[in-house]
Design a protein around this ligand. Structure first.
Ligand code: ADP
Ligand code: MG
Length: 260
């Protein structure tokens, strides 16, 4: 079984403080993972490490069977689609939706190379698949928040990645846009030869059944990890959030409420 992510004893220190500490995490082909943690727990830092933007202070990281230190990270990044709302700030006012999508081919925002007809066809196809076909030709900045997120996911898919990382993709979305975006993520995850997906969130109900596994991260360390159904229990999450919560499963999603 191919290993998509292998982190062994990984720590990352800043000013003597451990932002990540002793992370051991393996993701195998055929799995999709949700990463759940509160604000500031280290989720984005963990993703930055997968992308090779930061290097472990201690421990070993290998992504898509390539060990850090022995591989060209720029090449590796082409196999990773990365979607984060921080990308939004980098889009130029004048960019059309399809330009933003195509820029994913070069793993950069803004078009630095002239796209060819094939690039456009590919972008249109991906946008169609994500239900964004009607946005072709529109200025990115005129799209709604939910539409923008879908464009960024399409952008992440432009390089046909083996690994797709979604960092809190539903933040700031209204009920309708959130459900619609999640439904697109579900379709992607169900594709036979689609990318392995890492979905970062702080809402349990966003963890769809396609996410076979869940990692709980707390203050930079792994609190628990394993099959989603075993991780998202009232008892486990009460310990994790340090408050008594109750999980109710409805339509294969875990809804959390506070218990008194
Ligand atoms: N470059 C950095 N230097 C120092 N501290 C950082 C740096 N990046 C992140 N942190 C700190 O690491 C912690 C985890 O941040 P982050 O990974 O962004 O959390 P999350 O994505 O879970 O909200 C925060 O306390 C943040 O302030
Ligand atoms: Mg974050």
């Amino acid at each position: 079984m191919a290993t998509i992510i292998d982190m062994q004893g990984v720590s990352w220190k800043r000013q003597k403080e451990n932002i990540l500490y002793n992370v051991n995490w393996q993701v195998y082909q055929g799995e999709h993972w949700a990463v759940l943690g509160l604000n500031g727990s280290g989720k984005t830092t963990l993703l930055n490490m997968i992308n090779g933007y930061i290097w472990p202070t201690q421990g070993k990281v290998s992504v898509l069977d390539q060990s850090f230190g022995k591989t060209d990270l720029r090449e590796l990044r082409k196999s990773i689609g990365w979607v984060s709302s921080s990308l939004q700030e980098k889009v130029k006012v004048t960019d059309n939706t399809e330009d933003v999508v195509i820029s994913g081919k070069y793993a950069s925002i803004g078009l630095y190379e002239n796209p060819n007809n094939e690039d456009y066809q590919k972008a249109f196809k991906i946008m169609d698949k994500l239900g964004s076909g009607h946005l072709i030709g529109r200025a990115y900045q005129t799209c709604s928040q939910g539409e923008k997120q879908k464009i960024l996911i399409a952008r992440g898919l432009m390089g046909s990645p083996e690994l797709l990382i979604l960092d809190e993709p539903c933040n700031g979305l209204d009920f309708h846009s959130r459900e619609e975006l999640m439904s697109s993520v579900k379709q992607l995850a169900m594709q036979k030869y689609g990318p392995t997906i890492i979905y970062v969130t702080h809402h349990t109900e966003e963890i769809l059944p396609v996410f076979s596994h869940t990692l709980l991260i707390h203050q930079g360390t792994i609190f628990d990890k394993g099959e989603t159904a075993n991780i998202l229990t009232s008892e486990n999450l009460s310990r994790f959030f340090e408050m008594t919560v109750e999980i109710k499963w409805h339509k294969e999603r875990a809804w959390m409420t506070l218990q008194n």
